[in-house]
Design a protein around this ligand. Structure first.
Ligand SMILES: *Cc1c(COP(=O)(O)O)cnc(C)c1O
Length: 408
């Protein structure tokens, strides 16, 4: 086991060692990574790093001590609420990430169901097969059964979900969009179901919350997916995805202060009395909050529109290119994620071939498909991806590749 060195090491030496360690990491700046990273360019990177460093020691646990952090969080949350059409009186908080936001929304929905609907004993939540595993984590932690219902045309099957609801259902969930297919579930229909059955509806817009509003402003028609749908009680939207903030930044949003009131913890007594915290975390990183605030203000609506236009153009380029190669796109994606499959070539073999060519991209198991999640920087890399994919296809399924190959 590596022991903590007895003698400290000077920073320049550590910095060199860390650079050497990083040399083994995926070279995401070269554009060949479509997971884990949202690359909005060097300018945004500089802003978030500077803002993070300025407040890296400050702690969101103490809003009275750090009114700066409290104000930045409040403004970030208000930006999110307004972008997602929340009504007057809506409220929210920043969390460390999408999983955190979803766990907190489930906790609020559970406590709401217990307090307002008098539910006791075994509880469940009903969601399409495509929702993020964060819901399962919440289920494990809070002993709530997660009922995953098969999707229909890659979207939430609302009729089947209706059949899965019972008197112990605390939450319905849908995604805008789901991570696997990049598709927005029929939130309007889910909202009607939620209202008819008196069940809390959470829309997981972790990967969509900070791209979809701008894609719509850029002229693409999107179905209603946010608080504009009356049945939506809460939403999650990650700033460290298409908000281009530093990691450790998400928002969990509620239709009203009254619904949000089911989220905080009032713990104790312990030797310091009682401890009130808005979310699961105790200490909350000032740097992550400050970086999110800085990036949002740096980009503004117009900056986001430009970045998200680049994302959609990258997606359209890839979509058009893979269709020419004989792939079938799953559904009709409108945001930054596209998944596609080939009837004559195994997607996971293709994924491996692409990996050999330096592409770090995701693959789906059900159904087997390739998956890319695009950043603004990918607009410049789409042609390279398609050329490599054509070559991978020729190796994997020579007969399929005889079909017209991609040419620019
Ligand atoms: C990324 C993602 C999450 C989880 O967010 P983390 O920040 O990774 O915890 C949840 N839902 C969807 C749809 C996501 O894309």
């Amino acid at each position: 086991m590596t022991q903590l060195p007895t003698q400290g090491t000077p920073w320049p030496e550590l910095e060199a060692r860390m650079r050497a360690l990083g040399a083994g990491d995926v070279k995401w700046r070269d554009g060949k990574t479509t997971m884990y990273i949202f690359n909005a360019g060097e300018e945004v990177e500089r802003v978030k790093k500077a803002a993070y460093a300025m407040f890296s020691e400050e702690n969101g646990l103490g809003p009275a001590a750090f009114p700066s952090i409290a104000q930045m969080e409040r403004e970030v949350v208000e930006f999110g609420l307004a972008l997602l059409n929340a009504p007057e009186g809506a409220a929210g908080a920043m969390t460390s990430g999408g999983t955190d936001s979803i766990v907190m929304a489930v906790k609020a929905a559970r406590d709401y169901a217990r307090a307002k609907r008098g539910l006791k004993g075994a509880l469940n939540l009903v969601a399409p097969f495509s929702v993020h595993p964060a819901f399962d984590k919440a289920g494990v932690m809070m002993d709530i059964e997660v009922r995953r219902v098969p999707v229909k045309d890659y979207l939430a099957d609302v009729e089947a979900m209706a059949a899965a609801i019972d008197e112990s259902t605390i939450m319905l969930a849908g995604s805008a969009p789901c991570f696997p297919f990049g598709l927005i579930d029929p939130i309007v229909v889910l909202g009607k179901l939620a209202e008819a059955r008196g069940v809390w509806l959470h829309v997981d817009a972790c990967v969509g919350g900070y791209i979809a509003p701008f894609v719509r402003m850029n002229g693409t028609e999107l179905p209603a997916f946010d608080f504009a749908v009356p049945g939506v009680s809460s939403m999650s939207g990650d700033l460290h995805k298409y908000g281009y903030a530093s990691k450790g930044a998400s928002t969990v949003l509620f239709r009203s202060e009254a619904l949000k009131a089911f989220m905080p913890f009032d713990a104790g007594p312990w030797p310091l009395g009682r401890m009130h915290t808005p979310t699961l975390a105790g200490t909350r990183p000032g740097g992550a909050i400050a970086a999110a605030w800085a990036v949002m203000n740096f980009l503004g609506v117009n900056g986001y529109r430009d970045k998200q236009r680049a994302v959609t153009e990258a997606r359209e380029k890839i979509e058009g290119g893979v269709r020419k190669l004989g792939f079938r796109v799953l559904g009709a994606p409108k945001l930054g994620i596209v998944a596609f499959t080939h009837d004559e070539a195994d997607s996971l073999s293709l994924l491996a071939k692409m990996y050999q060519r330096g592409w770090v991209t995701a693959g789906l198991m059900e159904p087997r498909a390739l998956h890319v999640m695009l950043s603004p920087a990918h607009r410049e890399f789409a042609d390279k991806y398609l050329a490599d994919l054509a070559a991978a296809l020729a190796e994997t399924a020579p007969n399929a590749a005889k079909a017209p190959t991609y040419a620019g």
